[in-house]
Design a protein around this ligand. Sequence first.
Ligand code: 1CP
Length: 354
Amino acid sequence: MPAAAPASAPVQKTILRALAGETLATPPIWMMRQAGRYLPEYRATRAQAGDFLSLCYNPELAAEVTLQPIRRYGFDAAILFADILLVPQALGADLWFVTGEGPRLSTISDQSGFDALKPASAIHDTLSPIYETVKILSRELPAETTLIGFAGAPWTVATYMIAGRGTPDQGPAHAMREGAPEAFDALIARITEATIDYLSMQIEAGAEVVKIFDSWAGSLKGDAFRRYALEPAREITAALKARHPGIPVIAFPREAGEGYIGFGRATGADCVAIDNSVSPEWAAEHVQKDGCVQGNLASSHMVTGGQALVDDTQRVVRAFHKGPHIFNLGHGITPDADPENVALMIETVRNFRD
Ligand code: 1CP
């Protein structure tokens, strides 16, 4: 006779169950940029740290801002507070933030720029405080909350390292991809290697899931999408799963459109995060059929609120409720969002009955 499961067997965390392919009655929920400027407690801690980068590299304060939205809202997951641009800095790029404008980095346009970078093995000198933040979080988070680590995908990180800033069309990165393809490929390979080591250290420190943010994947088309969005995600996922068997991976090839179809299977990622430029019904039909999806409420609802927020939240839950789903926004919450609207979204998700 099979032994009965002990009555005290721990219930697995909801996010991990969804990532394992389970369809849950209520989808687990977290929110991109859930620790951020829309929260007064975040602004207070950032002021205490001095500036954004000092906050990222201060393990106690970075853990504190990671925990703030968990305390306030009881999200099912916490995402490590850090930034995708710390990897370029660890590879030797200069990085600074201009208040009111955003990040600035030194630029790379050719082989000599690439040659000046540090080897991937050097990143831990800079990034070790981040692993310390993960260790604090894995001690301090509530038992039911999943800890997500993350990094930028190689293409998205490269767009910032090449242009030195965020760009509307990623023009400088496309120009280098076409004009200096060998140096560009070497850069993608260097970031890929660094990302594998960085995420691996986050997992060793206690991250239970990792997410790869490819915010600018949408500007890669055809063969370029396959080479620079899909292939690096596949390589990173395979290496992480070889080193840490069973570690769940969420891939976010933002604005991939048709490129979302089959992305999970082709990369080995356990979940594909969907932005809100595609409808939830389309994503349920074409992407969720292969496994877990995450998304995809428009983040503008966190600013505008009201009945439209409720209606669209219900629409997302309804569209995905026949398969594994993690509720999230289609992109990060913006600083002008109203914290009350976040509470309304969560209440709507958790009270949903079909
Ligand atoms: O406090 C501040 O003023 C800084 C705002 C801020 C925050 C809160 C930045 C600057 N980064 C972050 C944290 C951050 N960044 C997290 C923490 C965890 C959470 O989600 O709560 C994460 C996951 C990121 C990821 C990130 N950084 C991405 C990928 C996701 C996305 O939004 O597309 C990107 C592209 C960045 C770069 C970056 N960092 C910060 C800004 C303003 C930007 C975008 C710059 C640009 O494109 O112009």
